[in-house]
Design a protein around this ligand. Structure first.
Ligand SMILES: Cc1ncc(COP(=O)(O)O)c(C=O)c1O
Length: 404
């Protein structure tokens, strides 16, 4: 008789954004005349930049001609894209990463959840708390997290690193030694970052204790301060302890196009086994490559016109971030983030729980945000707003919140 993977049955509730979606649909159903503004899920709203559309059109035309038609893409990505990544995201920043250390994929969500597959089930993971839920849930599905305690909302075999106002939302080195450390900077959900010197401490620590850092740099394009690293490989020694995940979703609006990549340096070894060939084997077996049209779109992100157009897009969202942050601060809210990331993290007023504030905002201002507790127990009492809406909606949402 077929049996299910019991680990799935251990997952508490549904994926955070499904719960939010259901609540919002129920509210809209009961109040069809209300104009809801969604600043909850981190999805972009600006259309693809012209340079990207142009590249996609011409790739589509190539697909319609026998002599330029392409079938299966190379498992690990076309050279034109991997080389553009190397030149622009690494060499330009003084980081020595080679094209065969880049694995092109359909995004950082899949990569961040799939990467744990190449590690033994014995590994103990450490995560920031609050955290992007995919890191923990994918390890639950694999059976690596032990048992769930509904009261504390924690897993017995996960090391939680609280990120609170007291530590500037930056994790401290854990007391118990982890095997795999998930770090994400600029951070979702808190919008915080750490400096290069702080990240260097993590790299030194990981090299010392033999941990692997899985570094999610999905929001790198939003960095505005000079001491914040754009890639973990800016830190000395990172090539022997870190895997980096990147996404084209937030810097180029590819949430619906789907493109990302993972970097695994050849020097990175676990107990003498190099991880780069393991991931190449996994990618080659389970993944059939990103479509040619999408990889050409990704290449256009690095063209002169692409860079210029996307810098404007990022600036547009960051202007929203400023509008949210300043608007809420002037209304007396305690806010952080929004300087190097498109997320604003606010303390809920009057000791409301995160979900109480979610309901309050939905009902009274018809604004949707994300309850901080959905990202982990240390997110309780906090709330996340995204800067990815349109400027008009962002402004209207903040005016409504200020009027409460
Ligand atoms: C930290 C983090 N990593 C990864 C992703 C997903 O990226 P992608 O769209 O490339 O799958 C998100 C999306 O919100 C995210 O916040």
């Amino acid at each position: 008789m077929a049996k299910v993977n019991d680990n799935y049955l251990k997952l508490p509730g549904s994926y955070l954004f499904s719960t939010i979606g259901k609540k919002v649909s129920a509210f809209q159903g009961a109040n069809p005349d209300k104009q809801i503004i969604r600043l909850g899920i981190g999805d972009v709203t600006q259309p693809l930049a012209p340079a990207i559309i142009e590249a996609m059109h011409s790739a589509v035309d190539e697909m319609g001609q026998a002599d330029t038609f392409r079938g299966y893409a190379p498992d690990l990505g076309y050279d034109f894209l991997r080389n553009a990544i190397v030149e622009n995201d690494y060499k330009a920043r003084g980081c020595d990463i080679a094209a065969d250390e880049i694995f092109v994929s359909d995004g950082a969500k899949c990569d961040s959840s799939n990467i744990q597959e190449i590690f033994s089930l014995d590994n103990k993971i450490a995560v920031c708390d609050p955290v992007y839920p995919v890191y923990v849930d994918s390890n639950v599905m694999a059976g690596r997290t032990g048992t769930y305690d509904a009261k504390s909302e924690t897993w017995s075999d996960v090391i939680y690193m609280p990120c609170l106002a007291d530590n500037n939302f930056a994790p401290e080195l854990p007391k118990e030694t982890p095997d795999l450390i998930y770090l994400c900077f600029p951070n979702n959900p808190t919008g915080s970052t750490i400096t290069k010197a702080q990240l260097q401490e993590w790299v030194d620590y990981a090299n010392k204790v033999g941990s692997v850092i899985i570094y999610d740099a999905a929001y790198e394009a939003y960095i505005s301060e000079s001491d914040v690293p754009h890639t973990i490989y800016e830190c000395e020694g990172a090539k022997t302890c870190a895997i980096e995940l990147k996404s084209f979703s937030k810097n180029a609006g590819f949430t619906g196009v789907r493109l990302g990549y993972t970097v695994i340096p050849k020097e990175l070894k676990c107990n003498g086994t190099a991880l780069n060939p393991l991931w190449a084997r996994r990618h080659g077996t389970k993944y059939n490559g990103v479509p040619y049209i999408v990889q050409r779109a990704g290449e256009a992100v690095y063209s002169g016109a692409g860079k210029e157009q996307l810098a404007k897009q990022v600036a547009y969202y960051m202007n929203n971030a400023k509008t949210i942050k300043e608007g809420l601060a002037s209304a007396g809210y305690t806010v952080s983030g929004g300087v190097n990331a498109p997320y604003i993290w606010l303390k809920t007023p009057d000791n409301m729980t995160s979900w109480e504030f979610f309901d309050f905002l939905l009902e009274k201002a018809n604004v949707v945000g994300t309850p901080g507790s959905g990202f982990g127990p240390s997110g309780e009492g906090y709330f996340r707003l995204t800067a990815f809406g349109t400027y008009e909606n962002t402004l209207a949402a903040i005016e409504r919140i200020k009027a409460l």
